[in-house]
Design a protein around this ligand. Structure first.
Ligand code: PGA
Length: 251
């Protein structure tokens, strides 16, 4: 039985004082959660969040990292830097980074390897554009992104990877994939993992859905056979709304 992982992605929001207030309000609401609870926060909030989440069930993640360890890469943050302050998770290859910062399937793969080299848990994002969807290319796109992201990983690493299926047309738009659609896409990703790594890895790998997840649709999405939780943007910015999503099974 796979445990759900429900991760908030604050994107470029929240100053440290807001982040501290958030964690203080959020922590009592989610302390009985069945799901693994993760907050992926801006670099400047990481330390404050780690301090304030200490001793709680809230795990802290970054939203990006560089694949190099050290060197002349002005403005970049490495996996070892994240690890050194106690970060556990890192989002890799979010569609906004693929779209605005030229991340490719190859750089995503290098970052994934660097995350494992630093014992970080990666949440790798895949997802089709509206154009690809309308052209009937959803499955082709997401299985190829999955294959290229996992390229060269050991079965053990593949099993520890979290994949977030995020159809680009559903991110921040209020349009959610139907639970049936999202579940089918996630089944296709799981099937690809099965082809690459076999039954055990496919059965254990966590595959989330992301794209306009809210408290009003979380239950429908998360009760399907293959959706193992969510990566939540806008609705993770309010502690009580995000807590309802995390506690989707407790209503
Ligand atoms: P959204 O974002 O929930 O605001 O659609 C999801 C994401 O981009 O991870």
């Amino acid at each position: 039985m796979r445990r759900k992982v429900i991760a908030g992605n604050w994107k470029m929001n929240m100053l440290p004082n807001e982040a501290i207030d958030y964690i203080q309000a959020f922590e009592p609401l989610v302390k009985e959660a069945d799901a693994e609870v993760v907050l992926c926060v801006p670099y400047t909030d990481l330390f404050y969040c780690l301090m304030n989440a200490q001793g709680t069930n809230i795990k802290i993640g970054a939203q990006n990292m560089n694949f190099k360890e050290t060197g002349a890469y002005t403005g970049e943050i490495s996996g070892s830097m994240l690890k050194s302050i106690g970060v556990e998770y890192v989002i890799i290859g979010h569609s906004e980074r693929r779209q605005y910062y030229n991340e490719t399937d190859e750089s995503v793969n290098s970052k994934l390897k660097a995350a494992f080299a630093n014992s970080l848990k990666p949440i790798v994002c895949v997802g089709e554009t509206l154009e690809e969807r309308e052209a009937g290319k959803t499955e082709e796109r997401i299985t190829s992104q999955t294959r290229l992201a996992l390229n060269g990983l050991t079965p053990e690493q593949a099993k520890e990877t979290i994949i977030a299926y995020e159809p680009i047309w559903a991110i921040g738009t209020g349009k959610t994939a139907t639970s049936e659609d999202a579940n089918n896409s996630i089944k296709a990703i799981r099937e690809e993992v099965r082809k690459l790594y076999g039954e055990e890895v496919a059965n254990e790998i966590i595959i989330q859905y992301g794209g306009s997840v809210k408290s009003s649709n979380a239950k429908e999405l998360f009760s399907t056979s293959d959706i193992d939780g969510g990566l939540v943007g806008g609705a993770s910015l309010k502690p009580d709304e995000f807590a309802k999503i995390v506690n989707w099974d407790k209503e």
